[in-house]
Design a protein around this ligand. Structure first.
Ligand code: COA
Ligand code: ADP
Length: 600
């Protein structure tokens, strides 16, 4: 019996590893740009491209391509990509934050590329890249990147989508991280609401506090208010008779620009649009009312809010709130530098509330941009933990690990005792990962390994662990004491954010991501050398009933490098011993969880 199980396990191992090897060699046949080894260009089957020559009729008050027009093109390209995958009509459900890096002039060409990153149930994430090109030189610029969610509908009923199979490394990364972005999107409204409720924001400053701005020039917010109506006609609608998302965004940008120019009495430039959600459809014949006002003016930028309501002529009193968006504008001088803006005086009541909320949103926006969009190599190892950035740090934690896992240049360094050790050398980091099959249920392995308080039971690098803060059901911060690893005899301590995720669908692994953060309550002390981990953690795949592939990943920071290379070179067997102890821990505790937890 025991021998049978052993044979089964070995057969399992062989098939898992051979399928893994063939997956790896298949992806190795493609280079980074997805060019197939046989010379045939690989093109994502959902990819749609649009190229537009910018003509005077597409421009705004500054003779540049109007962002409204660009949003229409973006939405159309993305919708066609979504529909190519879905094979039926799709509607725009949401658009993530967009930062515009460059303006585009008349005579330049705009190139838009969209492809479906991942399909969920009825919704898909579409990634969009916009570049501009000078026709007279070879210059090209990235204008912006955008992520939109489309929902597939047939006769207003949701459609179950087929899955996307990613092929290139870039597709695999986007596919994997899309699940994490979806999670963030669906919680976005609640997250912002919670943060706004909990943020301590100062009221409008008095003139004495006003940096170097001219106190004599204060604009009442009320004077920037705009209201405008549009009738949805057939040219504004898609094939289902719904107003196009891009058209609605273009109308929103139009009123927001008017509000912004009323504050600065100049020609404003739109820099960013905050993530927004199309709450409900509007059809041909609907009247759409757009209302905009400047919520707050900072030193060099202002936030304009726009809200959209729809009604039928026969039922004007019954207005549906279909959208709200927040846009950031600047005013550029002749050298393209942002000009200082006048101070704004909010209206009492709602105006003051929006003024305070705009300040909070600005802080959240800056955190998000820094944490979510910053290249990993440009981020400090430990980022301060703060209620306003916790969602983004948790996102960053999980997506960094998923990106590491999706890399296709992992090299098998050794295989001892059915434990495989892989390494990956990037420009800046040496990473390793260890992999084994364990006869335990995947959900149980996930529960056991995600509880860092139990890690000292199998990992001698974890002497003591204290739970500092249970942030939510899936995120917790721990303080870990570890033995010295380098010449410095002091023990080390780490403050670690552990973020765990269950699979989004069958092919997904369970993920436990770990990264360092800093906490004011747990500053570095003289007793310990502060250690840092940038990206490490576990991926756990269900390979069968009671058969789980457990992989541990680590992107080695300088403090750990010597230890890692000693192990990789085979001069130490500590990695192996520790991983085997992990296996024993999982086997010893395979039955000790309540059955209810095993339905994870
Ligand atoms: N961001 C991203 N996706 C979202 C979302 C948001 N803010 N809100 C809902 N979704 C996704 C859900 O995750 C779900 O995806 P799944 O099926 O893959 O799990 C899907 O949308 C349906 O969600 P559900 O809650 O069942 O439906 P809903 O009643 O909220 O309807 C819309 C969602 C988008 C269909 C609906 O709000 C709508 O019709 N909006 C207007 C669309 C429109 O007219 N756009 C502009 C013109 S094309
Ligand atoms: P909130 O008022 O909580 O910000 P809404 O969705 O009601 O959220 O509105 C979004 C934004 O639209 C507001 O922040 C404001 O900038 C703008 N707005 C809302 N109502 C009006 C209005 N009556 N007139 C002008 N602008 C408005």
């Amino acid at each position: 019996m025991i021998q049978n199980v052993g044979n089964q396990l070995r057969r399992g191992l062989a098939s898992v590893f051979s399928s893994r090897t063939s997956r790896k060699s298949a992806s190795r046949a493609e280079d980074k740009d997805g060019i197939m080894a046989d010379g045939e260009d690989y093109r994502n089957p959902t990819e749609v491209q649009m190229s537009q020559l910018v003509l005077p009729c597409h421009t705004n008050q500054r003779d540049e391509l109007s962002i409204g027009q660009l949003l229409k093109w973006i939405d159309t390209t993305a919708c066609l990509s979504a529909e190519r995958h879905a094979g039926c009509p799709c509607v725009t459900a949401s658009m993530d934050d967009i930062y515009f890096e460059h303006t585009i002039s008349v005579g330049q060409v705009v190139n838009i590329k969209a492809k479906v990153n991942r399909a969920f149930n009825s919704s898909m994430e579409v990634g969009i890249q916009v570049t501009s090109e000078d026709m007279c030189s070879e210059k090209k610029w990235v204008v912006c990147k955008a992520l939109a969610t489309f929902v597939a509908q047939r006769e207003f009923t949701k459609v179950k989508l087929k899955q996307i199979t990613p092929r290139t490394e870039e597709e695999k990364t986007e596919h994997s991280v899309a699940a994490e972005r979806r999670r963030m999107r669906l919680f976005y409204a609640d997250t912002i609401e919670d943060l706004l409720a909990n943020c301590v924001i100062q009221d409008a400053p008095s003139c004495a506090d006003l940096d170097s701005r001219d106190c004599s020039h204060v604009v009442p917010a009320e004077s920037t208010r705009v209201e405008s109506v549009e009738l949805v006609l057939p040219p504004h609608a898609n094939h289902q008779g719904n107003a196009f998302g891009g058209q609605i965004m273009a109308w929103m940008e139009n009123v927001a620009t008017i509000a912004a120019s009323r504050l600065c009495r100049a020609l404003p430039t739109l820099k960013a649009i905050e993530m927004f959600h199309f709450r409900g459809p509007s059809q041909v014949g609907d009247r759409l009312v757009f209302k905009a006002i400047v919520n707050n003016a900072f030193k060099n930028s202002m936030e304009v809010g726009v809200c959209v309501e729809a009604y039928r002529q026969e039922a004007e009193a019954h207005r549906r709130h279909i959208n709200s968006a927040f846009m950031t504008f600047v005013v550029l001088d002749a050298d393209n530098q942002p000009r200082m803006l006048p101070w704004i005086r909010p209206q009492p009541g709602d105006g003051e509330r929006r003024y305070r909320e705009a300040s909070a949103r600005r802080k959240i926006r800056l955190d998000r941009r820094y944490i979510v969009s910053c290249k990993q190599t440009e981020m400090p190892l430990s980022v301060p933990w703060d209620p306003s950035n916790q969602v983004y740090l948790s996102y960053n934690n999980v997506s960094s690990l998923k990106m590491l896992v999706a890399k296709d240049n992992w090299v098998l360094s050794s295989e001892i005792n059915q434990v495989r050790l892989y390494t990956l050398e990037d420009d800046k980091f040496l990473s390793f990962h260890m992999e084994m099959l364990v006869q335990v249920d995947a959900a149980q392995a996930f529960l056991l390994l995600s509880d860092l308080l139990r890690r000292p039971e199998w990992d001698k690098h974890y002497w003591r662990v204290e739970l500092v803060q249970q942030v939510d059901e899936d995120d917790a911060i721990y303080h870990v004491i570890s033995p010295a690893l380098s010449a410095d005899p002091k023990p080390q301590d780490f403050v670690i954010l552990a973020s765990r995720r269950k699979p989004c669908d069958n092919g997904d692994p369970y993920v436990i991501a770990l990264r360092s953060v800093t906490l004011p309550t747990h500053q570095e002390t003289k007793d310990y050398r502060r250690g840092e981990t940038l990206c490490s953690g576990f991926c756990i795949w269900r390979e069968g009933d009671q058969l789980t592939k457990v992989s541990y990943y680590n992107q080695a920071t300088p403090g750990l490098l010597n230890y890692v290379t000693t192990n990789v070179a085979g001069l130490s067997s500590e990695f192996l011993t520790t991983f085997k102890a992990c296996e024993q821990f999982l086997l010893d505790n395979r039955n000790d969880l309540a059955p209810s937890l095993q339905t994870l």
